[in-house]
Structure formats: structure tokens, C-alpha cells
Design a protein around this ligand. Structure first.
Ligand code: PML
Ligand code: MG
Length: 257
């Protein structure tokens, strides 16, 4: 039997952290204690409320492949803007996303932005929409660990980031996602899309800043996205290729030639 295990922690006022996955019954104890340690030792501060949701999956999950991964070490702001422009997000949409990510420090889920008008479609400023009910098969989890080791990435961060980005991009209404970790000591973020994959961007924010969050760019109505992100159960059963450092021109150029 498979279970969705989710944790969310706050300090009474501000979001501290969350974690999530799909696991066999025999793994739940171990995972719950890992999530508890994460909440109690987080660099955003001391958790005062820690909530767990553990539920048996009511239906068989949709199986997907993770996004391909690369890293672009060029100027972070230019990389974000160039990738999002190449994905046909308007300037208004790109600048509203940057404003949300860099000027807000309490966004728990993802802000949803119309990729043309740049208007924010979800109506709860600090909540956003949280993508939940996703995980990895044991095979995919081991393959992902191997790749993360080979490419010298930070295991927990990249592992969580790639899973959530792969679920979000598998939603047919999503054009792109921009993510900056809200952890003050983690300064690598990404732009994810079906077209260009999961492009990791180092130095995306200042060290010690607790800004961050996720913005999802869409062309459709909020309802379609909300249902998919919150309710559809997605399990990653295959891991796509990993690459090392790739230039922005190679990323964008290889699709336009
Ligand atoms: C987070 O901490 O919530 C976001 C993780 C971003 C991961 C970027 C990476 O691949 O290293
Ligand atoms: Mg975080």
C-alpha cells in the first residue's frame, strides 16, 4: 500500500518549511522522523507548529519521467529573464514574478501568474498554491541519488526541487516555473519547463536572505492548475539525463536551430 506523507512547519507567524513524498507503509516511520528533524533544525528558524498529513493513496498514481537537469552558471538575473522570454512569458509576467520572489519572504506555496498579463491568479498572497501528492518510485529514487552524487549536488535540496518541478511541469496548463529557495543558506534556484528542462541557477539570491518562493506561469484559468497541483497523484518512475554546466545559448539555441 502507498501513502502520501506531508509535513508543514511554521513558527506561529511565518512559514518555516515543508516536505513531502509517496512511500510504502514500511517506510513511513523513518520518513516521518526525517521530516521532523528537518522542521526542528531549519535555518529559517524554530518551528512551533509541525503538521503531518499521512494518507493512503485512494487511486493509482500517474507515472511520469523527471525533467532533464543542467546548471547554467551565467549571471542569474539574465538567465532567468532570457529563459522565461524564450518560453514566451511577457515582460509584465517576468517582472511580477521577480517582484514576488525577491520582495516577499512568507510565500508557502506557489504564486500563479498569467504568462501574458502578469496578473496574479491565486488570491491568497502568502499561501499560494501548494503542489502536493508526488513522489519517486524506489528505482527512480536510487537513480536520482546516483546522479546527484555524480554531479556533486546538494542531495536534499536538488532531490526535492526536481520532484516538485517535474510534477508542476507535467501539468498541461503550465508554461514554466521559477523557484528560489527560501532557505537563507541555499542560493541555487531554477527555471523549469517542459521545453528546456530543469535549469539550475547558482547565486540566484544573496546568502542569508530569506526571500524566495515559487512562481508558476500559466496560460489557462487557475481552476485547472489548482486541481492538478493539489489533487492529481504523480509518481516519478524514470529519471531523465543530467548534464553539468551548460551556457544559456546552448540551452535556448539547441531548441531553436
Ligand atoms: C527549496 O529549497 O525549496 C527549493 C530547492 C531548489 C533546488 C535547486 C537545486 O536543484 O539545487
Ligand atoms: Mg525552503
Amino acid at each position: 500500500m502507498l501513502y502520501s506523507v506531508r509535513m508543514r512547519a511554521d513558527d506561529g507567524q511565518r512559514h518555516i518549511c515543508g516536505a513531502e513524498g509517496i512511500f510504502h507503509e514500511k517506510e513511513i516511520h523513518k520518513i516521518q522522523s526525517e521530516y521532523l528533524s528537518k522542521a526542528l533544525t531549519h535555518t529559517r528558524g524554530k518551528a512551533k507548529n509541525i503538521n503531518f498529513t499521512i494518507e493512503e493513496l485512494p487511486v493509482v498514481p500517474i507515472m511520469i519521467k523527471s525533467l532533464p537537469v543542467c546548471t547554467c552558471g551565467e549571471d542569474a538575473r539574465n538567465t532567468i529573464i532570457n529563459l522565461l522570454k524564450a518560453l514566451k512569458c511577457s515582460n509584465d509576467a517576468i517582472y511580477s514574478a521577480i517582484e514576488i520572489i525577491y520582495n516577499q519572504n512568507d510565500l508557502r506555496g506557489a504564486a500563479i501568474i498569467d504568462s501574458n498579463s502578469g496578473l496574479r491568479l491565486d488570491n491568497n498572497k502568502s499561501r499560494g498554491l501548494r503542489a502536493v501528492r508526488f513522489g519517486l518510485t524506489e528505482y527512480a529514487s536510487n537513480r536520482l541519488d546516483e546522479n546527484i552524487r555524480t554531479f556533486g549536488l546538494v542531495n536534499t535540496r536538488a532531490k526535492e526541487g526536481l520532484q516538485i518541478a517535474s510534477k508542476i511541469s507535467s501539468c498541461p496548463d503550465v508554461l514554466a516555473e521559477l523557484c528560489v529557495s527560501d532557505n537563507p543558506d541555499y542560493t541555487t534556484g531554477y527555471v523549469a519547463s517542459n521545453k528546456y528542462g530543469y535549469v539550475r541557477i547558482p547565486n540566484i539570491k544573496e546568502y542569508n536572505s530569506d526571500c524566495g518562493g515559487r512562481v508558476i506561469f500559466t496560460k489557462s484559468k487557475i481552476d485547472n492548475i489548482k486541481k492538478y497541483l493539489e489533487d492529481t497523484i504523480v509518481l516519478i518512475n524514470e529519471i531523465s539525463d543530467f548534464k553539468g554546466n551548460v551556457s544559456i545559448n546552448e540551452i535556448i539555441g539547441s531548441f531553436n536551430s
